[in-house]
Every structure is written in C-alpha cells, then in structure tokens.
Design a protein around this ligand. Structure first.
Ligand code: COA
Length: 462
C-alpha cells in the first residue's frame, strides 16, 4: 500500500512554498518561479511573513493562514526556522514536507533532523529530504526544484541521492533529449527513502524505467532494499549507479549525505539479488535507460549488426561477445537476401557489411530484411561517416522503417564521425531511437535490455 504522503509527493492538489523569496537568485524565489513557469495546474501559496505578494501571488504570513487544504509544503527557510514552520505545517495537516534546507545530519546536526522526523510522525506527515533540490514530476507539469526548467517529458524516472549532480544531470537530460517522468532528490533520507519512491514509480503508468544515483543506504535498511526492489524489478527495470566504489570514495560518500557507504561487494551482491542493473557511470545509466524507455523487450537473443564499416563491425562483435549479446549465424537464405542490399564486395554474414559505398537505400533494404526475418530478434545499426552518405539523411530513413514495422524488434544505432553524426543521432533520439557515438555503447545498451529480459524469464520460472 502506497502511503498518502508519498502519493501527495507526486500528485499534490496544492503546494505551499514556505520561504518563498521576493529576491531573484534566492532558492526560495527560483523554486516558486519554476513551479509557476513549468505550468503546474494546482494551487500555489507562497509563505513569507515579510511579503504581501510574490511573483503575482498573494503571500501568507504562515502556512496556517492559507484558507485551503495544503497537500505539499516545500520548506526553504534557514535551518533554525525549519522546526517551527514544520510544526505549523503539521497543524495545517499538510501531507508531505519537501525540505530543501541543508544543515542537518549531513553536517552532524543529527538532533535537529530527529526532531524534524518527530514532528512529522506526530502529525502523520511524510518528509522528503532534508538537504535536497526538490522534486519534479512532468505528467503533472510540476517542477518544484531549483534546477533547470526545460525538462523534456518522457518515461525515465531519476532518483538522486546527490544534489548538485542531480541538478547537473537535469540539465544534461535536456541537452541529450532524454525524456523524464520524475526527478527526485533524496538528500539525507530522514524519512522517505529510495525504496518508497521506487515503489510509487513502479506503479506509475508514466514511468517505464527507474534510474538511481545511490551513495549509500541508511543503516538497517539493506534487507528491505533487497526485498522490495526484488518486487519492483519484476514490474520495471531499475538501473543503479552506486558511488563510493573505492575506499576513499566510500569515505567521501559518508560525509556527503551521512549514509553508510558500506563495502562495495555487499552492494553488488544486494543489487544482483534484487535484480537491479548496475551501471558504472552516469552516462552508461542513461544509455541503458534510453533503450528501456523506447524499445520493446526482445522476443529472443539472436542479434544482427548492419554496418557500412568493417572496423566498427568488428568492434561491435567484440563488445557483443564480452557483454553476452548473441550474434546470429544467418541462414543461407538470409545471406542471399542481404547480398542483394550491397555491392559484390560486401559481406552478407554477421556483421552485414554494406561497405563504405552504402547509401540510404542500402540501409533501408537491409533494415527491412532484418525486421521481416524470423531469424532475427535484435538489430544493431552502425554507421561510419562517409562523404557519400549524410547521417542527417540516414536518420530519417531509419525512423521511417522502424515506424513501418511498428518498432516490433529492439533497435539501437551507433554512429561514428563528426558534427553531422551528432546531428543525425539527435534526430534519432528525438524520435525514440537510441543512438550512441560508438559501436560499443550501442551494443552494451542493447545488452542491458537482453539481460533484463533474461532476468524476467528466470523470475517467471521461480
Ligand atoms: N516563514 C516563511 N518564510 C520566512 C520565514 C518564515 N518563518 N522567515 C523568513 N522567511 C523568508 C525570508 O524573509 C526570505 O524571504 P525574502 O528573501 O523575501 O526576505 C526567505 O524566507 C528565505 O530566507 P533567507 O533567510 O533569505 O534564507 P536563504 O534564502 O538565504 O537560505 C536556504 C535558505 C534554505 C536556501 C538555506 O538555508 C539552505 O539550506 N541552503 C542550501 C540549500 C541546498 O543546497 N539544499 C540541498 C540542495 S542539493
């Protein structure tokens, strides 16, 4: 059963911003402005005893003065006032507190954090934070963060235990055409933790894949993490990047959010047990998430590589073997069919090498064969930039074929070259086709999808 307070985090009917500031540049101003500019449709109430009006909205001296129910209260006042305004929010029957303020357990101020939790328990409120940058939930047009405000809606949820990195990655998702459903800053996890948020997102129809930047779990919560995540990963893929792998990194993580970094092997074992996919870099996490967000799960393991360059084909072949991606040995009939898509000196084996002479039509014909052949379950398209084939023309052609076949098989694209390939990949990504700047990245991303499919099959037999 998902708690009312956690539900209110993603579906508040009204929001009070306690510490909404009159001054541009302050966090309390930016959060209020982001909420309004991103188009949140519920009611918004700035609270500030020194102001009558902020950003065109009537301001209230206290949350208690608001003549309406308040589901969510965002707290952006200095630490020494937090307990007082939290108490008032409790009396107002607020469901969830989003505490942006720093200066709690992360700097050793454990007592204030415990008092905050006590107040929340007394009034049956939940707390996100403290020490966070906020929460965004794009299906509700809600951006209650002080991060960038041009978030692209989509099916990837991102939960971050790091603040600054989380904000930075918000900006990065915009640049990379990564569509997000939710971005949740976890901070000190005094109450609501990664598992609570993941449980909600597992049931959320707007989220297809959950990504987590994790520094460490709270002491005593490891077993719950494994047990609950096991249930969640049967519903949706969860990709975690766990920072603090090294000894020094673990120490840095402990002083950052006050969490127990623990031994890396213990985390690895826990992730494995829970069916959580572990990425090693943030880039890798989003590389994989992009495939889960846009591609169907494969019907089987047999994979074909279609390329215009022998070299990238070989690199992809190595990466496939290293990452458990099974390359198909095409039947003589299939080889015959591929042969018709290339010059006489091409290769119809796997990788299917259309040669450097390939033009759009060669790719289109080969792709159509790949979609139609029952021997093939997964498709990797590779492209090396040549002067005779512009990637910005190849990209729309690939999109057209994928649509013609209803994207019935997973497809990933790897493009190597200059600025034009970057633009070609942007076109593909905008149209929900995962595209990567190297053959290896394309293969590894596909391998995550295949591994998850295997995991689901194994679970269904248990
Ligand atoms: N109720 C509501 N608002 C109140 C208040 C009260 N009881 N008392 C004061 N305020 C108002 C202030 O008047 C001010 O508004 P103004 O600018 O219009 O005067 C506003 O609340 C903010 O107070 P201020 O004292 O200016 O604080 P600040 O903006 O300098 O800092 C925090 C507040 C929360 C941003 C700061 O303490 C903090 O924690 N910063 C770190 C946040 C962070 O990095 N979080 C983690 C990110 S990952």
């Amino acid at each position: 059963m998902i708690d009312e307070g956690v539900k209110a985090l993603f579906n508040p009917r009204s929001i009070a911003v306690i510490g909404a500031s009159r001054h541009p540049g302050k966090i309390g101003y930016t959060i209020l402005r982001n909420i309004l500019d991103y188009g949140y449709k519920g009611k918004v109430y700035p609270v500030n005893p020194k102001a009558d009006e902020i950003l065109g909205l009537k301001a209230y001296k206290s949350v208690l003065d608001i003549p309406d129910e308040v589901d969510m209260a965002i707290i952006v006042v200095p630490e020494k006032i937090v307990l007082k305004v939290a108490e008032e929010a409790g009396r107002k029957e607020v469901k969830v507190l989003v505490v942006i303020t720093s200066g709690f357990s992360e700097v050793g101020n454990v007592e204030a954090e415990e008092k905050l939790v006590e107040i929340a328990r007394k009034y049956n409120m939940r707390i996100l934070g403290p020490n966070i940058f906020g929460i965004a939930y794009t299906p509700l047009n809600l951006n209650a963060t002080f991060g960038p405000n041009e978030l692209k809606p989509g099916p990837i949820a991102f939960i971050s235990q790091s603040g600054a990195l989380g904000i930075a990655l918000m900006g990065w998702t915009i640049m990379e055409e990564i569509g997000v459903s939710a971005i949740v800053s976890m901070g000190n996890m005094a109450d609501i933790d990664v598992v609570d948020v993941s449980e909600y997102l597992a049931e959320d129809p707007n989220t297809k894949v959950i990504t987590i930047y994790l520094e460490g779990l709270k002491p005593g919560t490891g077993r719950r993490f494994v047990e609950e995540m096991k249930k969640i990963t049967r519903k949706k893929p969860v990709i975690v990047i766990k920072a603090g792998r090294s000894k020094r990194g673990a120490a840095a993580a402990a002083s950052h959010t006050g969490s127990l970094a623990g031994s890396d092997q213990v985390y690895s074992a826990a992730f494995k047990q829970a069916g959580v996919l572990r990425a090693l870099t943030t880039e890798e996490m989003f590389d994989w998430a992009r495939v889960f967000a846009s591609q169907p799960l494969p019907e089987g393991e047999e994979t074909i590589i279609i390329t215009n360059g022998g070299g990238v084909g070989v690199l992809a072949t190595d990466a496939a073997e290293e990452n458990g991606v099974k390359l198909l040995d095409p039947s003589p009939e299939l080889k015959e069919a591929f042969k018709k898509t290339m010059p006489w000196f091409g290769s119809p084996k796997n990788p299917v090498d259309l040669t450097g002479q390939a033009v759009v039509e060669n790719y289109v014909e080969a792709l159509k064969i790949a979609f139609e052949s029952p021997e093939i379950h997964n498709i990797i398209v590779l492209y090396c930039q040549t002067a005779i084939l512009d990637p910005r023309e190849l990209a729309p052609a690939i999109i057209k074929v994928v649509r013609e076949y209803n994207n019935k098989k997973p497809i990933v694209v790897g493009m190597v070259g200059g600025i034009e390939t970057y633009e070609g990949m942007k076109i593909l990504k905008k149209n929900n086709i995962p595209a990567y700047p190297s053959p290896e990245k394309a293969v590894v991303a596909l391998s995550a999808l295949i591994k998850y499919k295997r995991y689901l099959e194994k679970q269904s037999k248990i």
